[in-house]
Ligand binder design. Sequence first.
Ligand code: NAD
Length: 315
Amino acid sequence: MTTALVTGGAGFLGSHLCDELLRRGLRVICVDNFETGNLTNIEHIRVPEFEVMHVDIVKPFFVEEPVDFVYHLASPASPIDYLRLPLHTLKVGSYGTHHALGLAKKHRARFLTASTSEVYGDPQVHPQPETYWGHVNPIGPRGVYDEAKRYAEALTMAYHRQQGVDTAMIRIFNTYGPRMRAHDGRAIPTFLRQALQDRPITVFGDGSQTRSFCYVDDLIRGMILLAESGEHQPVNIGNPNEFTLLELAQEVIAATGSSSEIVFEALPTDDPQVRQPDITRAKELLGWEPAIDLREGLRRTIDGSARELLVGSPR
Ligand code: NAD
């Protein structure tokens, strides 16, 4: 039986990935320290093909049974988390990635690292193709995340070139869906929570900064296609439909039928002005493009998580 090990498997994306891999008939080992993930994301999975290891991957970890795929997703991912955990974020990107790559090497497994559009920083090229090297402030508060991910990419290529590990890199653009935490500070869960509670929707700056939002099912499909391909170079996976934050707030109000008003707050440090993936490579290499638009994705997110968004504790 094909076995996939998922680091960060109890997180938002990791838990959806575990669900989909099990649905496709794989055995899945979920490795997590529950720092930003939660048991509630995986407690519905009650099959013998699913195993959970409570492990902090900053320390070396080992698995006896054969492993065919390592999906390396463990990392604080939301600004609220990596600003709270700056050293941990750097350690999980460096030591943690070393340990996950070492495990893939030992098992001769295909390795996929979850990188991010944040490697492009505040981009000077728009939309961003994989060939763009980025514009990152290494010493700003967000540098711990951006540089950890850039280091993880360099490390992945070094294991590939020097050690012959079969590696892949996915550059994930903003993704949303059920199981996002109501208080994780990212735009979609924040706006949905505020709208469902008929509270003011807080938009940073004047709301003219843009983002591209990918529904989680599209993202997971792209991630598995990439893992199952033979590609070693980075591939952007995200939805190229671009919205301003103000447009997003208006879409959320429409989707929820809320009476919330929109209010404006100070822009966080180094908040990128634009963000839009060039997905030409994903289309050509994987035949992948997103199928779920923002309106439909918001509807599915509300259906899948309205209760949590209404009453969610600030975990
Ligand atoms: P998340 O915080 O929900 O999941 C991360 C998981 O990693 C959590 O379950 C957490 O407990 C676990 N983890 C953290 N440190 C660990 C450690 N030392 N040992 C073991 N487990 C550890 O975040 P997410 O949104 O699901 O993101 C998953 C991955 O995708 C991250 O690597 C993130 O950088 C990347 N990514 C996500 C997005 C997005 O829009 N969600 C965008 C770009 C990149």
